[in-house]
Design a protein around this ligand. Structure first.
Ligand code: FAD
Ligand code: MLT
Ligand code: ZN
Length: 507
């Protein structure tokens, strides 16, 4: 009897614990009293709020509440723009005590709805924290505030002949803290690897306001768990990144790029193999755009790589870049590759254009980097950022188009284009669907269809953009229950009140 009562009470305890851990934490809305508290330690221009006594019109908050794609929209009343780590710490301490949800925001260029609130959480913008703290031109270690714009960091280190280890189309707006928080991949990953390798240290304000100063500039440091790795790609769910220490490589002495037109997608893989063999250490990017992506980029003024005759019969294009130490050496290697390609019995390419000037180099890159913007001008974009075997890129784009056709959705008033582009060298396809509007019909034709397709290749449903708000329900397609459970426990350790970027990454 005693035994069964103990068992019953143990069961009851388990049930209670289950209830606690599965319940959504209740978060509080910001009030005028909170604003009065923030005003004690923040300058007036660091507080934007529709609440009194600040009372700005909602239109001033709009850009912070809306994401880059115009797909996600929050209803926050307040944006804080602190200037120092101590101010961030005080904000977090208060929000932790008051159970106020906080959304860290960088350049707001994220593509999965992670950077905007889903309700009325406080928006903590890092845009006023934009100072370079130090740069060592010998080791290449750069320490910067999280709010530094990626492009300004590139410009800052350029006179020292260094470059940032990452580059992406959003470089003019995205911030280094946002890059780290999304573990952004981009156009240089093939050469310099992921941020998990190049970030040397981080300064992070934890949800309760504690400052974790891990801003090391050491190349090697095996003292226990490497905590910074947890914040790289955490999408603001574990803390606010306020400072970043990052290893910047020496700038290559010479760079070249070439755009290649391919008669069929089948040729992409053999071309990649051949490029690796011929170019080895100087191959720094191998990017892919399909015909639709190319035509949209040209249509929307994102550069023009080839003439109309040259693109005749081309199914897709590859933008290949080399970065090396000696101009003649690199050009010789590239020319041998091009000759091999054109002179073979069954040429892998129909034509290719090698950039002849810095301006043409930039223009060829614009053609690739400008694709997201060009696609966005065609309507509303559904974006699937997936890792799958390179050989399957076309299959996935075609299967998705076919699925939309079957559902009767492939026409001007519904889905206008199904597009494929991406980082072939990294096995990362960007499958984009340009539609007249975001509608439940299109969404249910695409999901779970795309996720199931990706899972059938044992791929990843998020190669580089993250989970954000978009994919919380789909994370199980790429991660096991054991892994998701561990993630939940980590989140609980860092953020027991669930205030950090609520309902992002984990449901
Ligand atoms: P935001 O969009 O503001 O935030 C993104 C996420 O990080 C959010 O969850 C936010 O809460 C969190 N966050 C931001 N700052 C902090 C911080 N300081 N501390 C804690 N959390 C924070 N991505 C790629 O990976 N590769 C690409 O090639 C690429 N190209 C792009 C091209 C275009 C045109 C656009 C619009 C986007 C592109 N992206 C790309 C996606 C996006 O730009 C990157 O993910 C970028 O790293 C986001 O930086 P951000 O400062 O804009 O962050
Ligand atoms: C890119 O590679 O261009 C980016 O990741 C943006 C996008 O996917 O649209
Ligand atoms: Zn990308």
């Amino acid at each position: 009897m005693l035994h069964s009562r103990t068992a019953a009470s143990r069961l009851l305890r388990c049930a209670t614990r289950w209830q606690h851990s599965s319940a959504q934490p209740t978060l509080n809305s910001i009030t005028s009293d909170d604003i009065a508290h923030f005003a004690q330690f923040l300058p007036q221009n660091a507080i934007l709020s529709t609440l009194s006594p600040i009372s700005v019109p909602p239109s001033e908050i709009e850009q912070y509440n809306t994401d880059w794609m115009g797909k996600y929209r929050g209803s926050s009343t307040t944006v804080l723009r602190p200037q120092t780590t101590e101010q961030v710490s005080k904000i977090m301490k208060w929000c932790h005590e008051r159970r106020i949800g906080v959304v860290p925001q960088g350049g707001n260029t994220g593509l999965v709805g992670g950077s905007v609130p889903l309700k009325d959480e406080l928006i903590l913008s890092l845009s006023n924290m934009s100072k370079v703290r130090s740069f060592d031109p010998v080791s290449g270690a750069l320490v910067a505030d999280a709010g530094c714009i990626l492009e300004s960091l590139t410009e800052y280190i350029a006179p020292h002949d260094h470059i940032m280890p990452l580059d992406l189309g959003a470089k003019g707006s995205c911030q280094i803290g946002g890059n780290v928080s999304t573990n952004a991949g981009g156009l240089r990953l093939l050469r310099y690897g992921s941020l998990h390798g190049s970030v040397l240290g981080l300064e992070v304000v934890l949800p309760d306001g504690t400052i974790l100063d891990n801003l090391s500039t050491l190349r090697k440091d095996n003292t226990g768990y490497d905590l910074k790795q947890l914040f790289i790609g955490a999408e603001g769910t574990l803390g606010v990144v306020t400072g970043v220490s990052i290893l910047t490589p020496a700038a290559p002495r010479t760079v070249n790029n070439v755009i290649l037109a391919l008669p069929t997608f089948e040729n992409v893989l053999p071309l990649f193999k051949l490029a690796q063999q011929h170019l080895s250490e100087i191959l720094s990017a191998f990017e892919f755009i399909d015909r639709t992506a190319y035509e949209l980029a040209v249509k929307h003024g994102q550069g023009k790589g080839l003439s109309d005759e040259e693109i005749e019969g081309a199914e897709c294009f590859v933008l290949l870049e080399t970065s090396g130490g000696k101009k003649e050496h690199d050009e010789e290697k590239l020319n041998i590759l091009l000759e091999t390609l054109l002179e073979s019995d069954q040429p892998l390419i129909t034509t290719g254009v090698l950039s002849q000037s810095p301006a043409q180099f930039v223009s060829l890159w614009k053609l690739r980097e400008g694709v997201p913007e060009a696609v966005s001008k065609e309507g509303k974009t559904y974006k699937y950022d997936i890792s799958i075997p390179i050989a399957s890129f076309k299959e996935v784009v075609d299967a998705t188009r076919e699925q939309l056709r079957r559902k009767g959705l492939l026409h001007e008033d519904a889905v206008r284009h199904v597009i494929g582009y991406g980082h072939v060298g990294d096995g990362n396809l960007h499958l984009n669907i340009a539609a007249a509007a975001y509608t439940p019909e299109i969404e249910s034709a695409l999901e779970p269809f795309v996720y199931e397709l990706v899972a059938s290749y044992k791929g990843s449903i998020s190669a580089e953009h993250g989970i954000g708000a978009m994919k919380t329900h789909a994370i199980h397609y790429s991660k096991s229950g054991v892994a998701i459970n561990l993630m939940r426990r980590i989140k609980q350790v860092f953020d027991p009140h669930g205030i950090m970027n609520p309902r992002k990454v984990l449901e």
